[in-house]
Design a protein around this ligand. Sequence first.
Ligand SMILES: [Mg+2]
Length: 191
Amino acid sequence: MRKSIIAVDIDSTLYPFIDLWRKVAKSDFNVTFPTVMHWGQCINSFESFDDAMESIKICHSNENIREAAPYKNAARALIELMYEDFDIWYYTDRDEKTERATRFWLAVNNFPVPSNLVICKDKRDDLKRVRNELFTLIDDRPRTLIHGLHNLNLTNVYSIQHTYNENLKDIPGVNIFDDWLEMGEVIKCSK
Ligand SMILES: [Mg+2]
């Protein structure tokens, strides 16, 4: 079977979710995140786990989804990959209630095939199901990148650079970029 799927994450991959979360944490919960943000540390910064989950829910309100500004050239890079015969699929662990707003956001921001959206409970399970067709994944989260290499046997995985993943560059197969166009070119060349 041809490995043609590129699984693309949304939060902190297509737009700066972390910046939005930092803002919501401060304004609605008076919580200040550490400079180098790791998922667990951010969750633990809140008074309770429920507060942390509520803050993420606020980030994913229809209004916040609508207003998120994508990273420069993210849509263009994905369109170019689609023209290279890759199948672009979006995998997100967002709440399923956000599906419509998320699809709409992808469409209005010119991302290719917004209908290829998979809302997951834990995307690691969903990605396992398509592992035979999976060419690579683009995701900011360390656990997803490592899952791709170790459990899905991908040769390369990709991410936009964040403070919490920049040091993963030491791991062979983890490719971190601060620019979407450059990342797209490297993926193209790895075909
Ligand atoms: Mg993400």
